[in-house]
Design a protein around this ligand. Structure first.
Ligand SMILES: [Zn+2]
Length: 218
């Protein structure tokens, strides 16, 4: 399936009337986080395709006026998109799952996880992956994350360290892809695609158009 995958930065070419022509035919949209709701909602409504996302460490609540009258309702999710955190969904042939946030580096209330807290999120997700395995013969095809794994595309400063638990996750559940953002790229010669066990780890910053295929069974 052809996917538009976005992360971390509002791209003028996508946030414009030219998006449809630029992107071409796609089947789904995936966000790896740290994007404003208006951007995700713009893309969702322009392309009219299923949209999945996880929050990055800068995920925050945004208020909209929805419905009639003067009342402001707090809306904490981008409209028309599905939060993938600790969830597993099937979109066409693809099995998707998500893990939001980054490593904890300050006392912000949400979207930062200690390594131990991320393990707890993985345990929350694991039963859903087990169900996939029973129903479809594989745990998942795509892990949508904000943070990279430990030692792969991550950086030495605390906020940009990856999760060691993601390495275990890839060994155990063998997704075909791990898509992440969080690591902003300023030079062209930085590695953005790495193979770890059966998983291709891809930094999608700021966006990628890619064909995502289900895992090939042995
Ligand atoms: Zn981030």
């Amino acid at each position: 399936m052809r996917a538009l995958v976005i992360s971390d930065k509002v791209e003028p070419i996508l946030y414009s009337a030219g998006i449809t022509r630029h992107v071409g035919a796609i089947d789904l949209v995936i966000s790896c986080g740290d994007l404003p709701h208006y951007y995700l909602e713009f893309i969702t409504s322009m392309l009219g395709k299923p949209t999945y996302y996880v929050y990055g460490n800068h995920g925050r609540e945004v208020e909209y006026q929805v419905g009639k009258g003067e009342t402001w309702h707090r809306v904490t999710e981008p409209m028309g998109a599905t939060n993938l955190h600790a969830a597993a969904v099937k979109e066409g042939d693809l099995l998707l799952a998500g893990l939001e946030g980054s490593i904890r580096y300050n006392d912000a209330p949400r979207f930062q996880y200690t390594e131990q807290a991320m393990w707890a999120e993985i345990w929350r997700l694991a039963p859903k992956l087990m169900m996939n395995r029973i129903r479809y013969g594989r745990y998942l095809d795509v892990l949508v994350a904000h943070s990279p794994p430990w030692g792969i595309h991550d950086q030495p400063d605390r906020p940009h360290q990856g999760f060691k638990s993601f390495l275990w996750f890839m060994r155990r559940f063998k997704p075909r892809y791990l898509l992440h953002g969080h690591i902003h790229l300023y030079r062209r010669n930085v590695v953005t695609e790495s193979l770890f066990e059966a998983t291709t780890v891809i930094n999608v910053y700021p966006y990628r158009l890619m064909n995502l295929e289900p895992c090939v069974r042995p």
